[in-house]
Design a protein around this ligand. Structure first.
Ligand code: HXC
Length: 259
């Protein structure tokens, strides 16, 4: 059962990049379950349309699924125009599109490093640029999805560490530049979240038990944990939370002894 008032987002509209699966799908589901309508954007057309149809069916609210790539500002522009045409406004934006794989620096081509920066950091920047006019009008809010990898040195993650550090820095500036216009900009930094492509790609199955022990909360996070964090940050309960990073990781990154 939700901890939040069911209709807390009635009349609100969300725009979510990377909303076709995983954390951002779950965050969209949580917003719809609390009364919002939404657009989700993803690269794979069939996948994004199926995800939107399922979200609409499961929540009784409306979700548009639009194929697009955050590396291409024109595809974002088209998706935003379609969203405003359908719903009339954009209150909440989740910058969640991301790419990752494990590789040592020696195995990363220039293009490999650049590709992840283009999807994660430039993609977040492109999404903010494309939506800020609508978000200002609505006095709305942003959440960017980051990570905790770059708080220390995470092996095999140079590309994503650099990309996520850039996102954190960018969101600080968004908070400061657009705070006076009534816009809030925050970051969620998830730890390992079960049932996501990220965990499937980054954590081999045979080390899950061992890595779970290293998490002080003694479990992987759930997609619902991140959905709840998103509902909080978009809700009026967080109206003075601006320029913050909410780490949702069961204290994993603090645990220097076992991780
Ligand atoms: C080294 C690799 C590689 C690997 C790809 N590349 N995989 N290099 N090791 N395992 C290189 C390619 O050879 C190429 O370089 C360059 O990266 C671009 O690859 P493309 O396949 O052409 O790019 P693209 O089709 O745009 O795909 C982007 C991608 C891909 C990031 C490489 O993995 C992807 O689409 N991922 C999206 C889904 C995803 O990753 N989800 C998980 C997010 S998890 P060359 O030089 O050959 O041209 C996450 C959580 C982070 O973000 C925090 C966790 C705690």
């Amino acid at each position: 059962m939700s901890s939040f008032k069911p209709d807390i987002f009635a009349g609100k509209v969300a725009f979510v990049t990377g909303g076709g699966s995983g954390i951002c799908y779950g965050m969209t589901q949580a917003l719809l379950a609390h009364g919002a309508n939404a657009t989700i954007l993803g690269r794979r057309e069939a996948n994004i349309r199926d995800a939107a149809a399922k979200l609409t069916k499961d929540t009784g609210k409306e979700c548009l699924g639009i194929a697009g790539d955050v590396r291409k500002p024109e595809s974002l522009k088209a998706a935003i125009e379609a969203t405003v045409k359908r719903f009339g406004r954009i209150d909440f934006v989740i910058c969640g599109a991301a790419g990752n794989f494990l590789s040592p620096i020696s195995g990363l081509s220039e293009n490999a490093f650049k590709t992840v920066l283009e999807i994660d950091t430039m993609g977040t920047y492109n999404t903010i640029k494309a939506t800020i006019g609508e978000v200002k009008k609505a006095k709305g809010a942003y959440i960017a999805i980051s990570a905790t990898l770059h708080y220390r040195g995470s092996v095999l993650q140079a590309h994503v560490s650099a990309a996520k550090a850039g996102i954190d820095a960018l969101m600080n500036v968004v908070a400061v530049e657009y705070g006076p216009a009534g816009v809030r900009a925050n970051v969620i930094a998830p730890g390992p979240i079960e049932g996501t492509e990220g965990v499937a790609r980054l954590i081999p199955k045979d080390v899950i038990a061992e890595t779970t022990k290293a998490i002080p909360s003694q479990r992987y996070g759930t997609i619902e944990d991140i959905g709840n964090a998103g509902v909080f940050l978009f809700s009026p309960a967080a109206s003075y939370v601006n320029g913050a990073v909410l780490v949702v990781d069961g204290a994993q990154w603090h645990n220097s002894t076992t991780s």
